[in-house]
Design a protein around this ligand. Structure first.
Ligand code: GTP
Ligand code: MG
Length: 300
C-alpha cells in the first residue's frame, strides 16, 4: 500500500524509510507481540464488585464549591451516572454509592467479557465517567474547567459467598453512616458553633456515635435522625420489580443461552430506580429476591 501523498510532500522527504511497503512486512512478523498481553479472568462463580472512586475529589469539591458536608447536586449527579451505568450493563444487579464512590455488583453467574478484569473495570469506569461529565450541566450551573475535569479510578474485587458480598455492602453503608455523622457534627461546630476547625477536631477526638448525637442535639437542636436519608444511608441503584415477602431461593442450574438472553432483555426493560434505605437489614434482601437469584422479578 502506498503512503498518503501528504506524507511525501510534507516536511519529510519521500525516502525508502518513510515509504513503507506493507505488503512486504507481513502481519505475522509482528503478531508475536500479542503474546505479551496478559488478561486476568476474575474467579468464576464469585460476586464481582467494581468500585469506582473520584480522583482528587477533595480538591475538585473545593474548586466547584460543593456544599459541606453534603452537596445534593453532586450526589444526584453521582446517582445519575450510576443509573446510566446500571442501565448500560444489564449484568449489574445492584449499585451502592456514597460521597465520590460507587460500588457496582455483578451477579456471580455473569459471563460479561468472559469475566476479563481489565475489560470489566475499564468499561464501568468509562461508562460512569462519560455520563458524569456529560450530565454535569444538568446538575450544576457552572461549567466544567478543562484543568479540573472529574475522573474516576476503579478496582474489581471478587466475593466468593453471598455473606461476603452482604458484609462488603454493610461495610460501605456503615462507613457512610460514621463519616456522615462525623462530618455533620464537625460542620455544625464550625459553622453554627463558630469553632475553629482544629478545636472541633480536638473536641470530636475519641467520641462515639452517642456523643456526637448529643452534641448535635444539645448544642444545635439538631436531631440526627431527621437528616436526609440520602446523606445518612447513601444511595442504592437497582431495577424496580414488585416487592416479595419471601427470601430468595438458592440459584439453580446454570442457564441456557436462550434463557440468559431472555432474562437480559427483561432486565433491560426494567426501570432503574434510586433508593436511600437500610441495606444492612435482611428485610431489604428478602423483599428483593432477584438480587440474589439474578432472575428478573415481577414488573410493578
Ligand atoms: P482520592 O480518591 O485518593 O483521589 O482522594 P479524594 O480527594 O477523592 O478523597 P476521598 O475519595 O478519600 O474522599 C472524597 C472526598 O471528596 C471527601 O473527602 C470530600 O472532600 C469530597 N466530597 C465528596 N462528596 C462531597 C460533598 O458532597 N461535598 C463536599 N464538600 N465534598 C465532598
Ligand atoms: Mg476519591
Amino acid at each position: 500500500m502506498d503512503k498518503p501523498t501528504t506524507f511525501q510532500h510534507g516536511k519529510f522527504k519521500a525516502s525508502a524509510v518513510h515509504r513503507l511497503d506493507f505488503s512486504e512486512l507481513t502481519l505475522t512478523r509482528y503478531e508475536y507481540v500479542k503474546n505479551f498481553e496478559m488478561s486476568e479472568i476474575l474467579l468464576p462463580n464469585t460476586w464481582i464488585v467494581v468500585r469506582i472512586d473520584g480522583r482528587g475529589f477533595h480538591k475538585l469539591s473545593a474548586h466547584y464549591a460543593f456544599s459541606k458536608p453534603n452537596d445534593r447536586c453532586a450526589l444526584d449527579l453521582m446517582n445519575y451516572a450510576a443509573t446510566h451505568t446500571v442501565q448500560s450493563l444489564s449484568d449489574v444487579t445492584i449499585a451502592y454509592g456514597v460521597s465520590d464512590e460507587f460500588s457496582f455488583v455483578f451477579h456471580k453467574a455473569t459471563t460479561l467479557f468472559e469475566r476479563r478484569r481489565e475489560k470489566i473495570v475499564s468499561t464501568v469506569v468509562s461508562t460512569f465517567t462519560a455520563a458524569y461529565v456529560l450530565a454535569w450541566g444538568r446538575f450544576f450551573n457552572q461549567p466544567l474547567d478543562t484543568n479540573m475535569l472529574p475522573t474516576f479510578d476503579g478496582r474489581a474485587v471478587c466475593y466468593p459467598s453471598w455473606e461476603n458480598l452482604r458484609d462488603y455492602l454493610n461495610w460501605r453503608q456503615v462507613d457512610c453512616h460514621i463519616n456522615n455523622l462525623y462530618n455533620t457534627t464537625f460542620w455544625a461546630l464550625v459553622r453554627k458553633g463558630e469553632m475553629a476547625a482544629t478545636d472541633a477536631e480536638e473536641l470530636l477526638k475519641g467520641t462515639v456515635s452517642g456523643d456526637k448525637n448529643e452534641i448535635l442535639w444539645s448544642r444545635f437542636g439538631i436531631n440526627y435522625n431527621n437528616e436526609p436519608d440520602m446523606f445518612k444511608k447513601g444511595s442504592v441503584v437497582l431495577r424496580e420489580y414488585a416487592l416479595e415477602d419471601f427470601p430468595a431461593p438458592e440459584p439453580g442450574e446454570p442457564l441456557s443461552k436462550t434463557q440468559a438472553d431472555k432474562q437480559r432483555k427483561a432486565r433491560q426493560k426494567a426501570k432503574v430506580i434510586t433508593l436511600h434505605l437500610d441495606i444492612i437489614k435482611d428485610d431489604f434482601w428478602f423483599q428483593r429476591p432477584w438480587l440474589k437469584t439474578g432472575k428478573p422479578g415481577k414488573s410493578v
